[in-house]
Design a protein around this ligand. Structure first.
Ligand SMILES: [Zn+2]
Length: 328
């Protein structure tokens, strides 16, 4: 079973909101493409596990750990009775070559070295052994889940640590043979005690670049006409509640400016003044927690995941024609 959710990284969230609210620079566009591709690969990996079945296993996804002074990120960590298996997930496509310790794609050398990455992660995990009364080994594999990935590799030793798409399900079925008993439960508790929040802070963005206002959730257009409770897109006709749109603006703000306070002034700014002050205050009180009272009241939110926030704060779906918004 999966022990943790897989969520988009703060950096991916940041670039996706940025894309909606400004013209991306060349570097930002490339970064967003790479982050999206990576996240998509992780989702495929999870789906393969769902197809193979993982009820008897303990699998952590998308982990950030702090072990002694080392911080490490693991795409997937499978906890066995006497074994930790690190899976680094890569969604590469193209003709890759690994020779003399360096990677190249279509003849061009690349700086990323997934084998070294997985090896470093496994090396840091070893430190857990010193604090654990339960002996365990560490395995590592770089899983290339894209069917259009082709690799030429010069060493058998390194090849041992690679699983390509055509072998993925065999590999997973093999792991699924194992049964996670008390040893695995103890190991997973040790892992749990080392979990930290995603420590990566997204880049800073100039407020002047940000387009303020409400936008259509279907086509992204800022051309909306406001009705009593709803907005209607003048481009595609899609309709959403003002409540939904305001909460979206709040999470957009939190994602773009994690270092700034959520205040009435700031939310009024990002909504482009399109939501009345009274209504905005009502939504701030419903979806946020008041952290500082007074003239400059500031709020916090439990999560910047829009769907999650709507769900936990009881967004009333009867206003929502598009039920997909609150699905899952
Ligand atoms: Zn639209």
């Amino acid at each position: 079973m999966f022990l943790t959710e897989r969520e988009k990284s703060q950096e991916l969230d940041f670039h996706e909101v940025l894309e909606r609210r400004t013209e991306l620079g060349e570097g930002e566009r490339k970064r967003l493409k790479m982050l999206r591709q990576g996240f998509h690969g992780e989702q495929i990996y999870d789906r393969l596990w769902d197809e193979v079945g993982h009820e008897q296993l303990l699998i952590f996804r998308d982990l950030w750990l702090k072990i002694e002074n080392a911080t490490l990120q693991i795409d997937a960590l499978i906890v066995g009775e006497d074994r930790l298996i690190v899976n680094e997930i890569k969604n590469y496509s193209g003709m890759y070559q690994y020779e003399n310790g360096s990677w190249s794609v279509n003849g061009f050398q690349i700086s990323e070295d997934p084998l070294a990455q997985a090896s470093r992660t496994a090396g840091k995990l070893i430190r857990l052994k010193y604090g654990s009364s339960h002996p365990f080994e560490i395995d590592r594999k770089v899983t290339f889940i894209n069917p259009h990935f082709n690799l030429t590799i010069d060493s058998d030793e390194n090849e041992k640590h690679i699983v390509t798409r055509s072998m993925m399900k065999y590999y997973m079925r093999d792991i699924a043979q194992q049964h996670a008993g008390p040893g695995a439960a103890a190991l997973s508790n040790t892992i749990r005690s080392c979990i930290i929040d995603d420590p990566m802070t997204p880049p800073e963005v100039e407020a002047g670049r940000i387009r303020t206002g409400l936008y259509c959730g279907r086509c992204g257009s800022f051309g909306l006409s406001l009705e009593h409770f709803r907005t209607r897109c003048t481009r595609c006709g899609h309709s959403e509640t003002i409540e939904y749109q305001t909460v979206q603006a709040i999470t957009d703000f939190a994602i773009l400016f994690p270092g700034k306070s959520i205040t009435k002034q700031n939310i009024r700014w990002i909504t482009g003044g399109e939501v009345s002050v009274r209504r905005m205050e009502r939504y701030l009180n419903k979806y946020c927690t008041l952290a500082r009272r007074g003239k400059h009241s500031a709020y916090t939110i439990d999560t910047s995941n829009l769907k999650e926030l709507l769900k936990i704060k009881g967004y009333d779906s009867k206003y929502e024609k598009d039920k997909k918004i609150l699905a899952d």
